[in-house]
Design a protein around this ligand. Structure first.
Ligand SMILES: Nc1nc2c(ncn2[C@@H]2O[C@H](COP(=O)(O)OP(=O)(O)O)[C@@H](O)[C@H]2O)c(=O)[nH]1
Ligand SMILES: [Mg+2]
Length: 333
C-alpha cells in the first residue's frame, strides 16, 4: 500500500463510500502500517460529528434502543454511524453477528453505517481503535456517531470518554440501581434511561435512580455544572415507546454543550485523553524499543549492575535518546 492508495481511501471516505469506510476501519483495527498516514490525512477534516456513548449492563436493550434512535435520526435526515463494541472474546463471532442482526432495522439504510469492533482485551487497544474509527466516521460526514459499549469493566467505561454525550441504560431489577452506582455509571451519565419499562418493578427502579441522581455529587471536573439536569427517561425499546424523548434529550444536551461553551471543554478532555493514551500506548513502547537497540543500553547496564550507576540514573540517561526520529512535522515550522 502506497501514497496513491491512501489518497484513494481518503477520497472514498470523504465521499461516504461504505465499502471504503469499511476497508479503512479494518486498516485501523489491524493497526496496518499505513493506518497512521491515513488518519493524519483525515484528521483536519474531522470534528463535526456529535459523538454519543451508550452504555449499560449486558442485555439492557442498548442495541435495540440504538436501532430505534437511529431510525428516528434517519427520518430527520441525519447520517448515522454506529460502533458496537463486542464485549465478549474476540473469537465470539456469534455476539458480533447477533448485534448486526438486532440492528437489522436500520443497517441496510443508505444513511446508516454500523460496525462491530472486537474488544481486544487491553485498555489502549480498545480506546485507541474506537477513537480512530470515530475519526473515520466523522470524516465520512456522519452527523451523529453512537458508540455502544457494555458498562462493565474499566476499558468499556473508558470508551465513554470519547463521547460528547453519554447515555446510560439501566433496567428494572432488584439491586440494579446499586449495580449501576457501583460501576461508576452514574458519574458519567448525561442522560439516564430505564429501558424495559414494560417489566414489573420498573417504577421502583425509576424511583431509586431518581433519588440517586438527586444526591449525586457534581464531579470536580468543572464541566458538569448543575445547569444540566440529567434527564431520567423511561423506554420500552421493543414497542418502541419513549425513544423520541431520548433523541430529544441527546439533542438538547448537544445544544447545551454548544451554547455554554462546554463543547470545547469536552473536546479538550477528549483530545487530552487521547494524547495521554498515545503517549502510553504508542510513544513509550517505541521509545523502549529504540532505547534497547541503542548501544547506550548495553554500555550502561554493567555499570548499574556494578552499582556505579543507579537504575534511575540509567533511565534518565536513556531518556535523552531522541524518541521518534521520523515524527518531525513540527520541526519544519
Ligand atoms: N421486554 C423488553 N425487552 C426488551 C426491551 N428492549 C430490548 N429488549 C430485549 O432484551 C434483549 C437484549 O436486548 P439488546 O438490545 O441485545 O441488549 P444489549 O445487550 O444491551 O444490547 C433482547 O431480547 C431484546 O429484544 C424492552 O424495552 N422491553
Ligand atoms: Mg448490544
Amino acid at each position: 500500500m502506497d501514497g496513491t492508495e491512501i489518497e484513494r481511501i481518503y477520497a472514498g471516505i470523504c465521499d461516504g463510500d461504505k465499502g471504503v469506510i469499511a476497508q479503512a476501519i479494518t486498516l485501523v483495527e489491524d493497526r496496518h502500517d499505513q493506518a497512521d498516514a491515513l488518519l493524519e490525512r483525515l484528521y483536519p477534516h474531522t470534528g463535526r460529528a456529535h459523538v454519543i456513548g451508550i452504555t449499560g449492563p449486558p442485555g439492557a436493550g442498548k442495541s435495540t434502543l440504538v436501532n430505534e434512535i437511529a431510525r428516528i435520526w434517519v427520518t430527520q435526515g441525519l447520517r448515522v454511524g454506529i460502533i458496537a463494541i463486542d464485549p465478549s472474546s474476540p473469537f465470539s463471532q456469534g455476539a458480533v453477528l447477533g448485534d448486526r442482526v438486532r440492528m437489522r432495522g436500520v443497517s441496510g439504510q443508505q444513511h446508516v453505517f454500523i460496525r462491530s469492533l472486537a474488544n481486544r482485551g487491553f485498555l489502549g487497544g480498545l480506546s485507541r481503535s474506537t477513537a480512530d474509527v470515530v475519526k473515520i466516521l466523522d470524516g465520512a460526514g456522519m452527523d451523529v456517531i453512537v458508540i455502544e459499549t457494555v458498562g462493565v469493566g474499566q476499558s468499556e467505561v473508558a470508551v465513554c470518554e470519547l463521547a460528547h454525550t453519554v447515555v446510560v441504560v439501566a433496567v428494572p431489577n432488584a439491586g440494579d440501581a446499586v449495580q449501576t452506582l457501583k460501576a461508576g455509571l452514574l458519574e458519567i451519565a448525561d442522560v439516564f434511561v430505564v429501558n424495559k419499562c414494560d417489566v414489573i418493578g420498573a417504577e421502583n427502579t425509576v424511583r431509586q435512580l431518581r433519588q440517586m441522581l438527586a444526591i449525586r455529587r457534581t464531579p470536580d471536573m468543572g464541566d458538569r455544572p448543575s445547569r444540566w439536569d440529567i434527564p431520567l427517561l423511561k423506554t420500552n425499546a421493543l414497542v418502541p415507546e419513549g425513544v423520541t424523548d431520548v433523541v430529544r434529550s441527546v439533542d438538547e444536551h448537544r445544544h447545551y454543550l454548544r451554547s455554554s461553551g462546554l463543547w470545547e471543554t469536552r473536546e479538550a478532555r477528549r483530545v487530552t485523553n487521547e494524547v495521554e493514551l498515545l503517549l502510553r500506548e504508542d510513544v513509550v513502547p517505541r521509545f523502549l524499543d529504540r532505547a534497547r537497540q541503542s548501544g547506550l543500553w548495553d554500555t550502561l547496564l554493567p555499570r548499574v549492575i556494578s552499582r556505579e550507576l543507579s537504575p534511575l540514573n540509567m533511565a534518565h540517561r536513556l531518556a535523552e535518546i531522541p524518541i521518534i526520529a521520523s515524527s518531525n512535522a513540527d520541526e519544519k515550522e
